[in-house]
Ligand binder design. Sequence first.
Ligand code: G3I
Length: 423
Amino acid sequence: MRYSSLPAAVGLSSVLISGAIAQITTVTVSAPASECSQSSPTGTGTGATPSATKELNDYALEAGKLYFGTASDIPPVDDQGAELYDQAYMALLNDSHMFGQRTPANIQKWMFTEPSPGEFNFTGGDQFISWAQEHNQLVRCHNLNWYNQLPDWLANGNWTNATLTAVLEREITAQITHYGDACYAWDVVNEAFTDDATTSIYRDDLWSQVIGAPAYIYLSFQFAQAAVEANNLNTKLYYNDYNIESPNNKSANVANLVSELQARNIRIDGVGLQSHFVVGGTPSRAQQLQTMNSYIAYGVEVAQTELDVRFSSLPYNASGLQTQKENYRDSVGACVDAGDACVGTTLWDFDDAYSWVPGTFEGEGAADVWDESARRKPAYYGVVEGLTGEVVPDPPGTVSGPGTVTRKRGWKGRGVGRGVRRG
Ligand code: G3I
C-alpha cells in the first residue's frame, strides 16, 4: 500500500498567513460541558463528535500555523494500550478542531516496523495513518534512525560499517517509500547529540560506534533524500532532539549539523524541537524564539514536536498549575513569534493518564494539558493564550489541584485503565 496524497481538507495554505502576535486583550472562554464522560469502548479509533466551538487547532490555523497536534500511542504496541477504549480520550484525539496533526508515539519505530531482518510490518502504521486521515489530520512520522527501541536482532547484531549501513538504507528506504506523502514529515535522525558534550558531541551508541558520527547522520539524510526523490514526494526531512530549545552547546551543534548537511548538498528540511520541559524550568519565550531563529537562519523550517511540561515533584497545586499554564503559553507563543517558519506544535500526548513521563522520571508527571480525569487544566488556556496573544482567564471549574481522579490510569502497565478494557 502506498499513500499518494494528504487529506484534501487539511489547510495547507494556512502556512502562508502571517504569524504576528495579536494585541493583548482579555477573552472569556467557556468550560466544556464535559470531556470526561465514560461509556462503553469505542474500539475503532473513530466516532468523535466534532466540537462546535473553537479549539486549539482552530486557533493555530488562525495564527498562521499548519497545525496544532498531539502524539498518540495507538494502535497499541502491546496488550497495555487503553487509549482506544477510552471514549473521552478518543473524542478529543479525533476532534480536528482540537488537533490537526498526529504523531505515532511508538508504532513506526524500528522494533515494530522491522521485527525480523528484511521483514517489514506496516500494519500498525497504516492503521494510525488511516485514522488520522479520517479526521483530516496531518501525520508527522516518527522515526527512522534512533539509538532506542531497536529490534533485538539489530541492537545485538554483529555489524560492520558496510552491513550496518546497508540495513540503515533498507529501513529508511522501505519506510519512506511505503508511507509516501501520508507523512507530512519524517524525523530522519532522532537524538544524536549528547547534552554535556564532555567526551563527544555525539551520543555513544550503535550507530556512532559502528559507522561513526557524523557519518551515519549524513548517510541517514542521504538515504532519506534518495527515497523522497525516487518517489517524487513532498515529505519533509527533519532532525529531531530535546534540550535544543535554548541557546547552549547542544543547540549550537544542531545548527552546525544543518549547515554541514547543506554544505554537502544533503537535504534537510526542518529541525524538530522536542520541547520536553519542567514546570518553572522552561526556557523563556525569548530564548525559545532565539533558538528557533538560529535554525531558521539556514532556510529550514522548525516545529515543536513533543511538547510537555512536567512537574518535578507531585502532587501539584494551584500555583504550580498557573506556572505550567505560563510555560505552555510561552512555548507555544514562541512558535507563533517565529512566524511561518515554525509550522506547528505537537503535544507528546495530551492527557496525564497516558503520559510517558512517570514511566521514565519516577515521582514526576502531570505534564499534559488534560488531567488524569480528562479535565482541562489551566495549561489548556495557556496554549490558547500562546496561540492568540490574548489573556484567557481560566473558566470556573478549571482544574485547580489534583482532586479526585475519577478514572485512575497510571502510565502503561502501572495503573488501571480509565476505559473499560481491563474490566
Ligand atoms: O512493549 C513493552 C511491553 O511488552 C512491556 O510489557 C512493557 C513493560 O514496561 O513495556 C512495553 O514497552 C514500552 C513502550 O513504550 C511501549 O509502550 C517501553 O517499556 C517504554 O519504554 C516505551 O516508552 C516510549 C519511549 O519513547 C521509549 O523511549 C514511550 O511510550 C514514548 O512516548 C517515548 O517517546 C519518546 C520519543 O520517541 C523520542 N523523544 C522522547 C520521547 C519520550 O521518551
